[in-house]
Design a protein around this ligand. Structure first.
Ligand SMILES: [Zn+2]
Ligand SMILES: [Zn+2]
Length: 114
């Protein structure tokens, strides 16, 4: 009676561990978002109100010697001209054009965000 060494030992069951990769997008943390201040005349963005008010605005309706003015409604997904209702995705795009319904007369002033 020979003791045959069993080759039927425990089969090395190869457990393959699948790394589960999270596929949902990571939500950006909002705690480090810088405040943005936009000029309502030209749409230029500033990270501080002091900077906005310290600089001259080339699109100011009273002339480029005047300083930027805060667009108080803040950042929007789109902007609508308060005179003609045309929609723009940035104040800069909006105020680059003259408004056909401007209160000073047709084309006498730029679109202005509502
Ligand atoms: Zn400006
Ligand atoms: Zn307009």
């Amino acid at each position: 009676m020979d003791l045959i060494p069993s080759l039927l030992g425990k089969s090395a069951s190869a457990f393959v561990k699948f790394q589960v990769v999270a596929c949902h997008p990571i939500q950006p943390e909002e705690e480090f978002v810088m405040p943005n201040y936009y000029c309502k005349h030209c749409g230029q963005r500033f990270t501080s109100l002091a900077m906005l008010e310290a600089n001259r605005c080339i699109r100011h309706p009273d002339g480029p010697q005047n300083h930027h003015e805060l667009y108080e409604a803040g950042e929007q997904t789109h902007y609508v001209c308060k005179y003609c209702g045309q929609k723009y995705f940035s104040i800069a795009d909006m105020t680059a054009n003259r408004c056909p319904h401007h209160p000073n007369g047709r084309g006498q002033g730029r679109h202005a965000p509502a």
